[in-house]
Every structure is written in structure tokens, then in C-alpha cells.
Design a binder for this molecule. Structure first.
Ligand code: 6PG
Length: 248
């Protein structure tokens, strides 16, 4: 089922498996359109548990042979400031589930370097790497072809948690975040980057997210995920029926 307004689309899938399939098909369409349009596709991936089925399925035979992997570059929308081999690392999760299993060249994957003196140094290095990739000057905002976003039950997205200073960042693309709601410092994209993207895909699954999803989509609750309003792009919410059970 689909519902579209000006710049927001909601795609409701029967279950998690269908949610993954619908999302991957849409990701594939974005990659083909971006590669056809400007020769490559830059995607910022979400961490956490929800997208893991998507990454695994993308790397499996049915999809692996479809994507033009050598024209696609994967970045992270956020990372936990932990060692690269930590089980908490989003980079490690994506490398295991998608990059290695999909036999995708390591040169296509741009993880966050967390082997630094402090989280700010990681954020500065990542911002520098992204600006070099997009060939933009300091102060300019990169335009990803696609950003995959999850939401927490407090309404955060990426590592933009309620109440953190990063919510008000207007100039930097990548900042370090400290929140007492998570066990480690985070490195995250900022709203200027998310809202500059061509496409933003939210992926929301399970009954546990039904309340916060309804607060965001029904009531436009003042939570970070509701602050995602792409300037000239589209936000598409891929949700399964459990997560959508409280939507109007
Ligand atoms: C992270 C994510 C974070 C995640 C939400 C939802 O590093 O954890 O980027 O923003 O998307 O917390 O996480 P789940 O998918 O695990 O519920």
C-alpha cells in the first residue's frame, strides 16, 4: 500500500521480509537513476538492527548480480565511537553483511575511522573524507543520492538524539554526539546533510516502533526524525504492518 503527499511517501509492507524486498527494489531504482544521471551513486547507510535484513538480502544471489556495485559508494549516516572490530560497530556490521558477503570492493565502502584520540577527531576526519569524495569546499553541504535512516523509540534518527546540540548544527556535515541514552559517543551526519539528500528512506519495523511512528507521521511530534524535511528531495517511509498499526 502506498500513500504520497508533497514530499513524503509511505510504503506499507505486510511483514519484515516484504519490507526488505520493497526497500531494496527502491534502492536499486535510486542507484540506476543516479548512475544514469551522474555516473555514480552515493548512499549513506543506517546502523542498528532494522536494516540488517536489507543488507544481507542485497548481498545474496538474487540481488547481488543486479547492482552496478563498482559505481556505488557506501558511507555511514552514523557510527558508534568504538573499535572497528567491536560488535557495536555499524561499520563492522555493514562490512560483514553487505560488503564482504556481496563481494563488493573495499574501495566502495567508506567507514568512519574511530581509531582516533577522541570522537571529535573522528568526526573531523569523516567530514574531510566526505568533502573530498564530493569535491566540495569547507562549508558546503554534500548531497547524497540516498540516505537510509532508522528511528529509535525516542524519535532519534542517525545519532541525532532528543536534546543534543547537534540538532541545531547548521554548518558542519559530521559531528560527534554524547548522549546518556547510549553507551558510547557517536559520530553522526547533521540535518543539513540529511535534508540535502535526493532521497531519504526511513525503514521502520515492528510493534515496538508503532507508537513513535504514529507520533511522527500522525502528529508531527517535535522529535528529531520529524525534523527530516528534504529541501528538494523526498522522504519515503518503508514500514511494515506492525510498525504501521497505529497510523491514522
Ligand atoms: C544506530 C542507528 C540508529 C538506529 C535506530 C534504530 O547506530 O543505532 O543508526 O539511528 O537506526 O536507533 O535502531 P534499530 O533498527 O536497532 O531499532
Amino acid at each position: 500500500m502506498e500513500q504520497t503527499t508533497a514530499r513524503r511517501r509511505i510504503v506499507t509492507a505486510k511483514n519484515y521480509n516484504e519490507l526488505c524486498v520493497r526497500t531494496i527494489d527502491a534502492i536499486f531504482n535510486v542507484t540506476e537513476s543516479s548512475i544514469g544521471g551522474h555516473g555514480r551513486c552515493a548512499i549513506a547507510l543506517s546502523g542498528g538492527i532494522t536494516p540488517q535484513g536489507i543488507y544481507s538480502m542485497m548481498a545474496a544471489d538474487a540481488y547481488r548480480t543486479k547492482f552496478q556495485w563498482d559505481r556505488i559508494h557506501f558511507f555511514l549516516g552514523d557510527e558508534r565511537w568504538v573499535p572497528a572490530d567491536s560488535l557495536r560497530s555499524n561499520g563492522r556490521m555493514i562490512s560483514e553483511l553487505l560488503i564482504k558477503r556481496g563481494n563488493i570492493s573495499a574501495s566502495q565502502f567508506h567507514p568512519v575511522n574511530t581509531n582516533t584520540a577522541d570522537p571529535n577527531a573522528s568526526a573531523e576526519l569523516y567530514e574531510k573524507e566526505i568533502k573530498e569524495f564530493f569535491k566540495i569546499e569547507r562549508g558546503a553541504i554534500p548531497r547524497f543520492d540516498l540516505m537510509l535512516q532508522g528511528i529509535g523509540d525516542d524519535g532519534h534518527t542517525a545519532s541525532l538524539f532528543p536534546g543534543v546540540d547537534a540538532l541545531n548544527e547548521k554548518k558542519k556535515s559530521i559531528v560527534a554526539v554524547h548522549s546518556d541514552t547510549v553507551p558510547e559517543p557517536r559520530i553522526t551526519v547533521t540535518f543539513p546533510v540529511i535534508n540535502n539528500a535526493k532521497d531519504v528512506f526511513f525503514i521502520v519495523s515492528g510493534k515496538g516502533k508503532s507508537s513513535i511512528l504514529a507520533k511522527i507521521l500522525n502528529d508531527n511530534a517535535p522529535v528529531p526524525a520529524a525534523m527530516v524535511k528534504p529541501t528538494s528531495g523526498t522522504a519515503t517511509w518503508f514500514v511494515d504492518s506492525d510498525a504501521a498499526s497505529m497510523l491514522g
